[in-house]
Design a protein around this ligand. Structure first.
Ligand SMILES: [Zn+2]
Ligand SMILES: [Zn+2]
Length: 342
């Protein structure tokens, strides 16, 4: 496919989609009912349906009997870690293999024309973004994913959380499934803003931001504190009346869904004329600029409400630079008076 039909590449090799990022049409005023209806299938397929399919596969084939999970033990916890690790290795690894190792698509639709493996950097373990991100994914990312999973299942098994049955509360639980991606968005925005505060950024989040040009293994390459907070979105289902299957779905939106923000391509080509939309642009801009798009795609448009939304266009770029300039100006008198006091 010709990516220049869909976007532009500047002289430094950065590709941007021509269409600006837009928040979902149900936020429009006056209401755009037809657009909101058209948006619905894209909301469900393929990504949220895929996260639900993985949750169901775990529910039927992976999660131990709840009787077993009444007691904490290394046996079932390590088994869950092994399955999570294998699932990530296969799914994230497949994208890495096809689009980054074999480079089947070249740089078509790739936001940054460079491939991390061609550019060693001393900020990474072994000077390699790939090795660093891969190791952190399995040491930290998936360990914390599993820790949250164990905690959540143990709480349900012991009756510490309000567990509603599908037969008694089908409508309420269906609505909860439907809004789970919005819960993810709000939780992610809040913990993400928190770890961008100076102290936590320096000691926790910086590790993730080393990957300015993210690739699949960057997705879960996090400091353990960030990895725990990120996956802890599933623990909301211990507070609100819910069901462990929905908690698992919530966990998979985080665990399997992290790939969406990081694979670095706007579209993954399937055939000559068909491509899968990646929905990676919003978070790619966050990795590129640090101070925009703390949330996701604007399901709940918190970035818009708090003034940190970047839709990829020149106006948003100018507004971001103006915010940075004003922030610098604000901190200057403080620096001067601190110097004077010294
Ligand atoms: Zn990221
Ligand atoms: Zn960040």
């Amino acid at each position: 496919m010709d990516d220049l039909r869909f976007g532009t590449r500047d002289e430094r090799g950065y590709w941007s989609p021509r269409a600006r990022l837009a928040i979902p049409p149900y936020w429009a005023w006056p209401p755009r009912f037809i657009d909101a209806l058209k948006w619905l299938p894209k909301y469900l397929f393929p990504w949220n349906a895929y996260f639900m399919a993985t949750a169901l596969a775990y529910w039927y084939f992976v999660i131990p009997d709840f009787e077993v999970m009444k007691t904490l033990s290394w046996g079932w916890a390590l088994r869950l870690y092994a399955v999570n690790a294998a699932a990530v290795f296969v799914t994230y690894g497949a994208v890495e293999l096809v689009y980054y190792a074999r480079r089947k698509q070249g740089t078509r639709f790739k936001y940054n024309a460079r491939f991390p493996s061609d550019h060693p950097s001393s900020v990474f373990w072994f000077k390699s973004q790939n090795i660093d991100n891969f190791l952190r994914t399995f040491l930290s990312g998936i360990s914390m994913w599993t820790a949250v999973e164990v905690l959540m299942l143990y709480a349900f098994a012991n009756g510490y959380a309000p567990w509603l049955g599908w037969a008694d509360h089908p409508l309420y639980l269906a609505v909860l499934v439907f809004v789970a991606p919005a819960i993810h968005e709000v939780h992610f925005f809040l913990i993400h803003r928190l770890i961008h505060t100076p102290f936590l950024y320096k000691w926790v989040h910086q590790v993730h931001h080393h990957s300015v040009n993210p690739s699949p293994w960057s997705s879960l390459s996090m400091h353990p504190v960030e990895a725990f907070l990120y996956h802890a979105v599933a623990l909301w289902h211990l507070v609100i009346p819910s069901n462990p299957l929905i908690a698992l779905f919530q966990l998979h939106i985080a665990g399997f869904g992290a790939l969406n923000g990081h694979f670095g391509f706007d579209k993954l080509e399937i055939t000559e004329g068909r491509a899968l939309d990646g929905e990676a642009f919003s978070h790619y801009l966050h990795h590129k600029y640090f101070t925009v798009n703390y949330g996701g795609d604007g399901l709940i448009p918190l970035d818009k409400w708090f003034g940190s939304w970047h839709d990829g266009g020149p106006e948003a770029e100018a507004a971001m630079r103006e915010r940075s300039r004003r922030k610098r100006d604000r901190s200057k008198p403080e620096r001067r008076s601190a110097a004077g006091a010294a």
